[in-house]
Design a protein around this ligand. Sequence first.
Ligand code: URA
Length: 419
Amino acid sequence: MSPSVDPLRMIAAKRDGREHQPDQIAAWIDAYVRGEVGDEQMAAWAMAVYLNGMSTAETAALTQAMWRSGTTLTWEAGTGPYVDKHSTGGIGDKVSLILAPLLACCDVRVPMLSGRGLGPTGGTLDKLESIPGFRTDLSLEEIRHVVESCGCVITGTTPEIAPADRRLYALRDVTATVASIPLITASIMSKKLSEGLDALVLDVKYGSGAFMKSRDDAKRLADSLVVTGQKVGVACRAVLSDMNQPLGRMVGNANEVDESVAVLEGGGPPDVRALTLELGAEVLHAAGVEPNIGAAHTRLARMLDSGRAREKFSQMVAAQGGNLDHPRALAPARELPVPRAGIVEQIDAEKLGYAVIALGGGRRRLGQAIDHSVGLEYLIRIGDRVSQGQPWLRVFAHNGGVEEAIDLLNSAIRIHEES
Ligand code: URA
């Protein structure tokens, strides 16, 4: 045990609301990774942080310690800038699939390390795995090679990336300590910093389908992420985005890839295109590639409309072993009618995510295989006037879990009846 780490004093200090010094946090995380602090001690400390919070200096120190627990990708001088986007997760959020190749058409490189579904929100890796042959388990060497040859990659984190976060996240998941702004900040930023970035844009979502239900909480998380990124030398921007209903029309896996391809070809739902362009413009400007947001936006839109971004996506998919032209199966469709006529007042978007899980399109157990062909197509928007019996969802399903999913979906829509 390192002489500077006394687990009981460390836990008691946070329990009593005292502030740690940066070197204490560094030693604490080091000792945890070496196995000198037990999971039960780390869990007690995480609960103390959950209850009493952390200062921005402590959060930055925790981020640095978790980042330095592993490898950072290094890039040859003059080949950047290197940029990325991180989203806090939502229903139907397929922006990563579009944005990585789109940005790679604009003089930046994108080493995007992504995740799987978390709770009701889908995961970029799961969506991409609906492309036959696509690999999401690239080694560090393969990541470097794909970035060098295509300008972008989307793959999972490797065991060398922020191992402290890997262990701490798994522990938080089973000790009710996930929803803590400093712990979320350090977890997200330690992984992103390991990509060797110059600039990062954060899509912090709020609403019924987001981790943060209120805009105020999302703003607090966004501020914490941006301040922490800036303290460790990465140009960070945050966009707060509405997640009170699915982004776009498709929710699932294969159907979200299809929708992403439509956006990459200059079409697709306007909200997906608009958010992609907003996030892309912020990060191109933050990286110093474009002098202002307007110029960045125009350049990105041109890359979608010209088909260049679509070509880049095909190239990246091929470099990762996949074939974008191979047809992706969709399960048989049935339509779900609105319960009554009126104005669509509210959607519980989280329930749509849970319905996809019930159909087999997401996981209930770690490592569970998923069915990429199931999902939903959202046919209305909040504020629409609907008539009795009008379909509001197309459900792509086989037989498993249909009743459970339909019960969830029927309880997810609120219609205001006009008098
Ligand atoms: N995503 C992460 O990577 N970490 C968190 O703590 C929460 C969401």
